[in-house]
Write a protein that binds this ligand. Sequence first.
Ligand code: 6PG
Length: 473
Amino acid sequence: MKKNNLSDFGLIGLAVMGSNLARNVESRGFSVSVYNRSFDKTEHFLQEFKGNFKGFESLQKFVKSLNRPRKIMIMVAAGDPVDAVIQSLLPFLQKGDIIIDGGNSYYKDTQRREAALKEKGILFMGCGVSGGEEGALHGPSLMPGGSKEAWKAVKPILSKIAARDFSGGACVAHIGNDAAGHYVKMVHNGIEYAVMQFMAETYEILRTVYKLSSGDIAKIFQKYNKGKLQSFLFEIAVPVLTKKDDIDKKSPYLVYHILDKASQKGTGKWASLDALDRGVTISTITEAVFARFTSSEKDLRVSLSQMYASKKKIKAVSRKKFEKHLENALYAAMISSYAQGYHLISKTAKEEGWKIDMKEVSRIWEGGCIIRAELLHVLNQAYQKTKNRSQHLFALPSIAGIMKKNIQDLRFLVGNMSENGVSLPAFSSALYYYEYMTAAHMPANFIQGLRDYFGAHTYERDDKPGIYHTQWE
Ligand code: 6PG
């Protein structure tokens, strides 16, 4: 906070996320300059929020109003708008100035932008921002990537505006070079998709097999939220499931009237595509993406459901017994999906030359972000005892203990509910991931034999080195 007339921080893009972030920065004692493409929004912002703000119609004046090195955060839609803002800023910037992209940008775009701006002496940071509108205003989880130099300059501000972790620390850490921050945010969103799909499958089991009302399902989420499954998403499950319907007064709950087609903005799909490119399994995240695609095929589903209508015979245990199985199964499945996401981050970090510390990632996800949960503290602590902060989650002794304790419940859930005709893409893929990743033997030997038979694709042996081909007949 320098004592001159210049602002400490600049923010471009005054939609809800941008204006809430600007207000958050200002509320921590920093002066903030704001800019929006249409000046109306800037005027409106300045009228609505009194404080240490300055607004500008001219981009040049906005840039000139900032203390050097200038710290400018861009909060505009991912893609072309980010490039357009960077291009329009460039004529006014000087060497050492910093641009922070706080949107959900595709990480390869961030790499490209960082490299191009480095040549001009401008420092570019891709910063994952999680927590939605409320988080932006009161404390998000922040995942900045970029050069150490840039991080040093923005750290005092980002540390003040971030949420708090379980020990009161700031939910922000330098994730790694160039696009490391946006990459980690992309995987965060992938995990967010998986967790929501587990919740949706849970809802469907309780709705169809146990015939519970939305209100009763809410009570179960509420109960789970007091234990090891405590999390923001379980917390908000309660208002989402119990909200009354204002339009159809005869319907007890709004959720009964929400069309069962889930949308997406693409970060889960990016994570899945990237995992496919790198040859890393994140099947649970991908199943969650696919489930959203399938949900969108509403008309086809409705017509096929008439063709395939069948009476399902329910073979389920008592609800009380099942609730315990379900809680443990959810816990094991969640950890399996985290293990997939973490493994993808660690493998990518190695390939890209980023040094990502998964203990730190777990810590900064303890607060502020959409997937914040008690479990993140468990993962944070699990890495405490190891120097290898990119180790697979299943390899950590405390996590192995949890998985061994809860996996039988996940096996039971998948078996029992599949028999009852409930679709469990996320739960079952979380189970299969665990079974395969912890198996010394997989049936891939048979696949190799078949490949060699029809295509002479060759195989390796387990008793001798070398590449082999067999004349099978
Ligand atoms: C967050 C959220 C946020 C947004 C995602 C997911 O961390 O604050 O992840 O970034 O909700 O874009 O949106 P979709 O479900 O629409 O893909």
